[in-house]
Write a protein that binds this ligand. Structure first.
Ligand code: NI
Length: 215
């Protein structure tokens, strides 16, 4: 969850099925907006429960929003890749992600996406699950980013070497790593990951579960 301009934006909630996140009580999570990058279970597991309890508005691609609607989530905005929306406190753009997307029951999830968030306080990119792509250079050309969230776990997404390159492509100095250590195939060596960013004069932040960082 990211707090900007006094609002909480929650991304891809995967908490209750994650044994590493057992310390987190999801009833305490009260976002204003929930952004879902794609339909995979490790990104949407707690979306229905948190959206219900918080009445937060859910923004995702059309197919994911339709799936959530069928589960009773009405406060939502369906969008698709390339589209932007101005919510007043921030502007959100859906950008390409090179991945796949199906929902936990196997239904079609549409295109996976990343998000660029711009506000008076800061601008950032949340990549979702993705490989390294040259499209990321366009994000760096079009937006002045303060920080970015990049997957670094390898196997299902890019690894830290490619993520450091992605950080360069989006023209950003600070990355927060995600999609690592949750399952054995995506366990990583933290020292190596930091080193891949350091050689390019970039900073990698690896947040711990339930920790808050100030940027
Ligand atoms: Ni995925």
């Amino acid at each position: 969850m990211v707090q900007i301009s006094g609002k909480n934006i929650l991304f891809d909630p995967f908490i209750s099925p994650n044994p590493k996140a057992s310390v987190v009580d999801i009833s305490t999570i009260q976002p204003d907006i929930i952004l879902i990058s794609h339909g995979h279970g490790d990104h949407i597991a707690d979306a229905v429960e948190i959206a219900s309890q918080s009445k937060a508005q859910v923004i995702s691609v059309y197919e994911v929003v339709e799936w959530l609607k069928a589960k009773g989530i009405e406060n939502s905005i369906p969008m698709n890749t390339g589209g932007s929306i101005n919510l007043g406190f921030c502007k959100i753009k859906l950008v390409n992600a090179a991945h796949s997307s199906s929902l936990p029951d196997g239904s079609y999830g549409g295109n996976p996406v990343g998000f660029v968030i711009e506000s008076n306080e800061s601008n950032f990119y949340y990549a979702g699950d993705t490989a390294l792509t040259l499209d990321m250079k366009l994000i760096g050309e079009e937006h002045l980013l303060d920080f970015c969230f990049l997957p670094i776990g390898d196997h299902f997404t890019m690894n830290a070497i490619d993520a450091a390159k992605a950080c360069k492509f989006v023209n950003c100095k600070t990355a927060i790593g995600m999609h690592f250590d949750t399952f054995p195939p995506i366990e990583i060596n933290h020292m190596d990951a930091h080193q891949h960013f350091k050689v390019l004069k970039l900073e990698l932040i690896l947040p711990k579960i339930n920790h808050t960082i100030e940027l």
